[in-house]
Design a protein around this ligand. Structure first.
Ligand code: PRP
Ligand code: URA
Length: 208
């Protein structure tokens, strides 16, 4: 699908399977998601530009690289918090914003309650993080907000996506590249991803 990359690394796919398993308790779910998020961060940052610098080893001077662009990570609360640990580990200089949204259970429309993002988003590479892309309403609203705040380059990173959600982001935000670890079959009539992994926020925080 246009603008969508599926991360097929076997270690990531193993972790997706463990996360799908309904027997995986919250403490393990959190740890596995954190491990998977480290690998996801590595995969999605492949195209970050490098600036050439010279570096002195104990023996000689050679050329090396530093990241040429600032990085901003923006998890969508709550479940996006489950991805932040691995991303910060791989991108320790990243600044971090937060977007608070939840889905109204009846209408499935996003309700916003918190926004705080760093200044100067215009120059930054922004990674929007949310493990679940279901109807796409939450992530589309978050992308619109980030653009209003000046973001020009945004990559949306998710663990499990539905075809419906991918299509909505393609329509509303054709400039945004998406990464997922699984493109699932469909949504059920309550807007849950099938087969999915259930409610990601509940499984991370044990609020079921
Ligand atoms: C979940 C998930 C996404 C959203 C996806 O959040 O983390 O943000 O649903 O659904 P959508 O694509 O249909 O908008 P939820 O609303 O359950 O909030 P929570 O993370 O605070 O539990
Ligand atoms: N949010 C979730 O956490 N899971 C779904 O399947 C859909 C929305």
């Amino acid at each position: 699908m246009k603008n969508l990359t599926v991360i097929r690394h076997p270690l990531v796919q193993r972790d997706v399977t463990l996360l799908r398993d309904k027997r995986t308790p919250s403490n393990q779910f959190r740890a596995i998601l954190r491990r998977a998020s480290t690998m996801m961060a590595y995969e999605v940052s492949r195209e970050l530009p490098l600036k050439k610098i010279s570096v002195k080893t104990p023996l000689a001077t050679t050329s090396g690289g530093v990241l040429a662009r600032s990085v901003v990570l923006v998890p969508i609360l709550r479940a996006g918090l489950g991805l932040i640990g691995g991303f910060v580990e791989v991108l320790p200089d990243a600044r971090v914003g937060h977007i608070g949204l939840y889905r109204d259970e009846q209408s499935l429309k996003p309700v916003d309650y918190y926004f705080k993002v760093p200044r100067n988003l215009r120059e930054a590479m922004v990674f929007l993080l949310d493990p679940m892309l279901a109807t796409g309403g939450s992530s589309s609203a978050a992308l619109t907000y980030l653009k209003k705040r000046g973001a020009k380059t945004i990559v949306f990173v998710t663990l499990v996506a539905s075809p419906e959600g991918v299509r909505l982001i393609q329509k509303d935000h054709p400039d945004v590249k998406m990464f997922t670890c699984a493109l699932d079959k469909r949504l059920n009539n309550r807007g849950y991803i099938i087969p999915g992994l259930g409610d990601a926020g509940d499984r991370i925080f044990g609020t079921e």
